[in-house]
Ligand binder design. Sequence first.
Ligand code: GDP
Ligand code: MG
Length: 163
Amino acid sequence: RKKLVALVGRPNVGKSTLFNMLTGTRRALVEDTPGLTRDRNYGEVTIRDKSFIVVDTGGFEPTTEDVMLSQMRTQTLVAVEQADIIVFMGDAKAGITPSDYEIVRTLQRTDKTVLYAVNKVDSEKQENFAVDFFGLGVEPIYPVSAITGYGADELIDAILEGI
Ligand code: GDP
Ligand code: MG
């Protein structure tokens, strides 16, 4: 089957925005992919003659901090299990949070390809916003903007390389 690329990260980092940018649609559901749950959005992406399925692991809007944390842990574990490539997303405007560390530590335990993106770097001038994320101790870090498309080519290249 087509490779599955999961977007993982805290609420509000821009997973759905990147999903929409990659798929070029809002909430494109892949109805005929068997065995996939409904609480996540799946969309097909074709770039330079290669296709993959992208998964927005966001799910429903969490009501409390506790719900948010347990939801995030579950979604990260499901992504690690189901996906072929995992794209971690941080938020350059928010900086690193304890939840980011937790997700990254979980992702470091998998043999799968994990790409680390820092979203909301809307232009070259904002590259310095991503510097904080070197503190996660992982590399490379892809500074991207799901809104302006800044840095998206480099991230997409890395995804396609892993496919
Ligand atoms: P999710 O909860 O991770 O799915 O995040 P969303 O995609 O819903 O985005 C959360 C907020 O961040 C929204 O207000 C978006 O407009 C904003 N956002 C998403 N991507 C970017 C970006 O690249 N740059 C900026 N400046 N804002 C962004
Ligand atoms: Mg979302």
